[in-house]
Design a protein around this ligand. Sequence first.
Ligand SMILES: Nc1ncnc2c1ncn2[C@@H]1O[C@H](COP(=O)(O)OP(=O)(O)OP(=O)(O)O)[C@@H](O)[C@H]1O
Length: 210
Amino acid sequence: MLQAIQLQFAYNAHTIFQYPDLACNRDTPLLITGRSGTGKTTLLHLLACLLKPAGGQLLIDGTDTGLLSNSKLDQFRGRHIGIVYQSSHFMSALSILDNILLPRFFSRYTPDTGKALQLAARLQIDHLLHKRPAELSKGEQQRVSIARALINNSQLLLADEPTSSLDDDNAYRVIQLLLEQAAMSHAMLIVVTHDARLKQHFSNLIYLER
Ligand SMILES: Nc1ncnc2c1ncn2[C@@H]1O[C@H](COP(=O)(O)OP(=O)(O)OP(=O)(O)O)[C@@H](O)[C@H]1O
């Protein structure tokens, strides 16, 4: 379970965020929505432990992340949190298979090609594993991002605006894919978006205001 209690963050004296408490467990994926500038991406980065809160508490499966040193926090993120960014950041010189395996390398795990092949088959990208990222369509790249986010058996899957630039059919496909893959991997799923189309897919919903 993830619990965020009274999280606060400030970029400067004028840009201060005080977030509502939120909770997410494996059975109820969470959608965080709100207008542009309400701090959705900032909140996602706090939940991903990429930013440190100025106040409040973030508990992930019983770990109080605020008590971890910077190096322990990096290790915790690498091993337990998978992030699907709005635009995928791939290593252009590496194959798709090696891109999927990268989080294992960064977390000092042994490469698990079997797991990569299993995820690729599930996401229907197994025929692309030998290609380079630039050779893939946006939709295919998004599937690779999801595989990469799940390769370390992440407990927590975070997605930032995964559908904002997609038409209705593709937006539906991507959100179903995220929900299915999180369920199959027994991971918590949190999506932040301003895409109102996604509300119908979530019963756990937080609307940010500023
Ligand atoms: N590094 C930064 N330094 C200063 N201000 C920042 C920084 N990053 C974001 N902000 C400001 O914080 C506010 C919230 O940004 P954030 O990206 O979290 O919002 P958002 O709700 O995700 O917006 P959008 O839906 O437009 O992506 C914005 O006003 C933005 O200008």
